[in-house]
Design a protein around this ligand. Structure first.
Ligand SMILES: [Zn+2]
Length: 401
């Protein structure tokens, strides 16, 4: 299993200069590759990222000697990323032709702009036969190709083989994202319980058991407001002015802070879930549909549903539990978790409701979580029965590792 771990770096001034240089090289290589790709396409020639990397290697000593000042991984990975971007593009193109997505959702590879896209470069651990271990960690420091040891804020928590490390800049801070190949023995979970979890807008999460709702982190709202205010401030400043640059830097810091608060809350939530439940059932949010609904878009984006699911996937797998994702047509909010009757008229704004059939008073979130907890038997069970042929009702079940 591969895990990612992102740690703040504490580079010296020289190291920061090197990072900026390497990011510049990566950005340049990406641009060069994109221009080449387009040129080949216009000339009717075939190309791919491997060919482009070869071509760049052949000319860089002559034409771009400054590239040699940084790790050769930086330009190489950038061209690989370009290959990935094109693969995504071709995939999207197929989806567009099958009318599954509108044209505006097709991700066309474009030129990255300095300061607009995220600055980063990647170093692989296995450089070549001469440098089998280009990346190493020792306590709170990491060894990178060419530059050597760089201090980190904390230690790498996972034991395993480092596959690669990506250095990136966020606002004015530098981070190392490690990809680590971890070997683990999945054990049977000590618990046997099933917990349904409903992600909400007011509370961060509500569990089907009677534990209190997990509140959204308090500073989040404040920082979201601040971020909004700062982004308005940026747009009021004159284009290209020093004040605009300053306002932008401020906005970037506030934005980073917001995403860290959210990320921290999600990690605490998912760790707690994986520890206290064997089987976890969550909703499969139809995010494309939901983002179209302007009311909801803010919430979904703020909570980071994909991140929630991603974290649960690996944390349950490591704990020996399992994650079940209910299919998106499962009406977790509308069913009465006591008698099973569906409330067809339930509006999104109704936080509580009373079941007309059995008279139970429901908290919307808690009721949804309880329905999710019963999902494995109720919904999946019925789908295998007489009406099981209906594809829409098939379930996505990730078996225990
Ligand atoms: Zn009822």
């Amino acid at each position: 299993m591969t895990l990612a771990h992102r740690i703040r770096l504490v580079p010296t001034a020289d190291q920061e200069v090197y990072f900026r240089k390497a990011c510049g090289v990566a950005r340049f290589a990406y641009k060069w590759g994109l221009a080449e790709w387009r040129r080949c396409h216009a000339a009717g020639e075939k190309t791919n990222e491997a060919a482009l990397r070869k071509a760049l290697n052949a000319i860089k000593r002559e034409q771009f000697p400054w590239m040699l000042e940084v790790t050769k991984n930086a330009p190489q990975q950038a061209v690989k990323n370009l290959g990935r971007a094109y693969a995504n593009f071709f995939e999207d193109l197929q989806k567009y032709k099958r009318k599954e997505i509108p044209w505006k959702r097709v991700r066309v590879p474009t030129f990255k702009k300095k300061g607009k896209s995220r600055d980063s470069f990647r170093a692989d651990n296995w450089c070549d036969a001469k440098h089998p271990d280009a990346v190493a960690v020792d306590g709170k420091r990491v060894k990178l190709p060419v530059i050597g040891w760089v201090r980190m804020r904390e230690e790498v928590r996972f034991a395993g083989k480092i596959v690669s490390v990506t250095i990136s800049r966020e606002a004015d801070a530098w981070y190392a994202s490690f990809v680590i190949e971890v070997e683990y023995e999945p054990e049977a979970h000590v618990l046997t319980n099933t917990v349904g979890v409903d992600l909400g807008s007011e509370a961060l999460a509500t569990r089907s058991d009677d534990t209190p709702k997990v509140p959204a982190p308090k500073p989040l709202r404040r920082y979201l407001k601040k971020t909004q205010r700062l982004s308005r401030a940026v747009s009021r400043k004159q284009l290209g002015s020093r004040n605009r640059a300053k306002a932008k830097a401020k906005l970037a810091r506030s934005y980073a802070r917001t995403s860290h608060i959210r990320q921290d809350a999600l990690h605490k939530l998912t760790t707690d879930l994986a520890r206290t439940a064997e089987t976890i059932v969550i909703e499969d949010l139809n995010v494309t549909g939901m983002l179209a609904n302007r009311h909801l878009s803010r919430t979904i984006a703020d909570l980071g549903f994909f991140e929630f699911r991603r974290q649960l996937e690996y944390k349950t797998a490591m704990a020996g539990g399992r994650l079940i994702v209910a299919d998106r047509w499962f009406p977790s909010s509308k069913l009465c978790s006591v008698c099973g009757v569906k409330n067809e008229t339930l509006e999104l704004s109704e936080r509580t409701w009373t079941c007309l059939s059995c008279g139970t008073f429901h908290d919307r979130d808690r009721n949804a979580a309880r329905n999710l907890a019963r999902y494995p038997e109720s919904w999946a069970g019925s789908a295998c029965g007489a009406d099981g042929a209906d594809r829409r009702h098939q379930t996505t079940v990730n078996p225990a590792a």
